[in-house]
Design a protein around this ligand. Structure first.
Ligand code: GDP
Length: 359
């Protein structure tokens, strides 16, 4: 039906905006169009191209992101139509950017690099046809030869990466039972994009639960050193969020960016409990966690956004009925003290003896 279609599109665009935000972009607007079938040249119709073009001028837009995968030709034509330095990309390229920023282990970096190269392979044409145009078409054919050479180089690199990845994996399996010696325990936040992980990370600064002098030291954009009033300390780290529409080609890269959590002392699963699909999202996250070899690591679930639900008391009773759930609002600060206490309790239970020190 029309309306449910629009709902799905709007939800998907909302998620895309959230992803763009995660990638460090500022979103100025979004739009969509219903066509019987995508325009083979530009994906959207010419009227829509013109509309976006004027928005580009009005807002000094640098990047235009499409929610679906574009063909190499569509990408090229759109860049030409929008003109200048406007970068056109699709959802897959955006997600790859995020994974690239978030890849914390060598293995994850390799996996993401591999996905990026595989994504580039069919899109190589752009550079060389561009050169041909510059040469006024005089060197026709030269571009095609170059594309073949480039593709061969890229395929070789892909082969090398795959071998390296295999050896890194073997190495990890050998050492999988050895834990890194971390002076402070690491607490990893997992959950869907938009669940409120980064809000929680940031709000802890303002909450009155941390020690006065060294509240928070930012290690990188996604890790904070949390020092509580009672003197205890832990590293709180945000992981790349789960995504509704993850292109299948990126599943391996996504898993790899999550591998690092296997070194954590505690996993905190942040849920947007006000979301109509909260239960499904919980299941999806738990399914992936089950596949990640983290069954030994203690878990704590956080039901976030209790300020937004219609019946918060009912939600809180339900949370009490189940185990290991803390209700919070990362936005208002409600429940943050309870959250920190619950983390403390869990960490006390989970102190793993240090077996090996890896500098
Ligand atoms: P992340 O993708 O998990 O890091 O999610 P964010 O921290 O970026 O939060 C996504 C959106 O949810 C933002 O617009 C937040 O302002 C909002 N949000 C986060 N926590 C809460 C909350 O407790 N209550 C409400 N009402 N909104 C929240």
């Amino acid at each position: 039906g029309e309306t449910s279609d629009s709902f799905a599109i709007e939800e998907s665009l909302k998620e895309l905006a959230q992803l763009a935000d995660t990638a460090g972009l500022m979103v100025v607007g979004s739009t969509y169009q219903k066509l019987a079938s995508p325009n083979p040249r530009t994906y959207i119709g010419s009227g829509k191209v013109a509309e976006i073009k004027s928005a580009i001028r009005a807002f000094e837009v640098e990047t235009v992101i499409f929610d679906d995968e574009l063909s190499p030709g569509q990408l090229r034509n759109l860049e030409k139509a929008f003109g200048g330095d406007v970068r056109v990309c699709d959802r897959t390229a955006l997600i790859l950017d995020i994974f690239n920023q978030r890849a914390a282990t060598h293995e994850a970096a390799l996996q993401v690099a591999l996905a990026q190269m595989e994504y580039q392979l069919p899109r190589l044409t752009k550079m060389w046809t561009h050169l041909e145009r510059q040469a006024g078409g005089k060197v026709k054919g030269m571009g095609e030869k170059q594309i073949e050479v480039d593709k061969r180089i890229l395929r070789t690199q892909i082969g090398v990466l795959k071998k390296e990845l295999e050896s890194v994996r073997k190495h990890r399996k050998q050492y999988r039972n050895r834990r890194f010696s971390v002076p402070v325990p690491v607490v990893s936040l997992v959950g869907y994009t938009n669940a409120g992980k980064s809000t929680l990370l940031n709000q802890l600064t303002g909450a009155n639960v941390l020690s006065e002098d060294r509240l928070f030291a930012t290690l990188d954009p996604t890790t904070r050193r949390v020092q509580m009033k009672n003197g205890s300390e832990f590293l709180l780290t945000d992981t790349v969020g789960f995504i509704q529409k993850l292109p299948t080609t990126l599943v391996a890269a996504f898993r790899a960016t999550l591998e690092e959590i296997s070194e954590s002392s505690l996993l905190v699963h942040v849920v947007d409990i006000s979301h109509p699909l909260a239960e499904q999202q919980i299941d999806a996250v738990e399914k992936v966690l089950a596949e990640l070899d983290v069954s030994e690591i203690p878990k704590l679930m956080v039901w976030n956004k209790v300020d937004k639900v219609t019946d918060p008391e009912k939600i809180k009773l339900e949370a009490e009925r189940r185990e290991d759930i803390v209700c919070i609002s990362a936005l208002t600060g409600e429940g943050l003290l309870e959250f920190c206490n619950a983390v403390q309790e869990k960490l006390k239970d989970s102190m793993v003896p240090v077996e090996a020190f890896v500098p």
